[in-house]
Design a protein. Sequence first.
Length: 321
Amino acid sequence: MTAAVTEILDARTPVTYVWSYEPSRDDLRSLYDKAKQEQWDGRTLLPWHHEVDPEAENLPDAYIPIYDSPIWRKLSARNVREVRQHQYSWMMSQFLHGEQGALLGTSQLVVTMPLTDARFFAATQVIDEARHVEVFERYLREKLKLTYAPSRHLRALLDQILTDSRWDVKLLGMQILVEGLALASFRMIHNFTCEPLAKDLLHNVMRDEARHVAFGVRALEAFYADGVNERELRERQEFTYEACRLMRDRFLSEDVWQNLGLPMAECLELSLHSPAMIEFRRLLFARIVPNVKRLGLLTPWLRERFDELGILQYEALPADG
Ligand SMILES: [Fe+2]
Ligand SMILES: [Fe+2]
């Protein structure tokens, strides 16, 4: 049976009229201007003529979580090529689905954010995210010839963000946490891939994503400084903590191991402690933790929990925005 092509999520997003149109936040307005200047066309800009062998070592094998383990050493040359294709496609597919989540989430921001400058920027982000969906889909279909479904953990995170009716939680979830996750993963692949099309694609997508994170940081910083009470702040901290826990421990390519018939428990254990995952966590939390701090969310309650997760060490690094 093939999976349904469409699915309906019951997400109630309040629609906000804003009757004041003049600029009131210069920083957000200039991000909007920058976004207009930096538009690009993935169809004409990227070198699609490059041939990609989906089973080649497009990412160094050392970045495959089970590399150099007893499981890996038993694989035939044929199986190694298969694992490469599946692992790389799984990662790129998660980006594709994350980009769809960002497209949907940002369109919700356009209708619900109570500030004209912010929704102008969000409108530019909608087209950015459509472009990202377009280029990842094409890369997977034409070059890797294999697309994975979203992992259940990514799906759960996206569902939570899209069904929450509070605009700031969408912004926090989408722009700070999911985009933080995306940027860390993009950066890792961009740094280590020798495949020129993917490198170029990620380079251009990352420039857009950096703008999106900067927007999230600036819009939320002001709101959390005086727009929420203590109970509301705690709810945001709990949400942040849960999302960080999920991102630290759950993005372990389990669908790949299952598909290839490899021993699940061992593969998950290897994934959790693999050099790839350690590098990914470092890039991820070096980005997210300083941003969470800048938003004023890193009070003793959350510090204690970040310390337990082993990610508090990143708090002194510079934030985005
Ligand atoms: Fe994106
Ligand atoms: Fe984005």
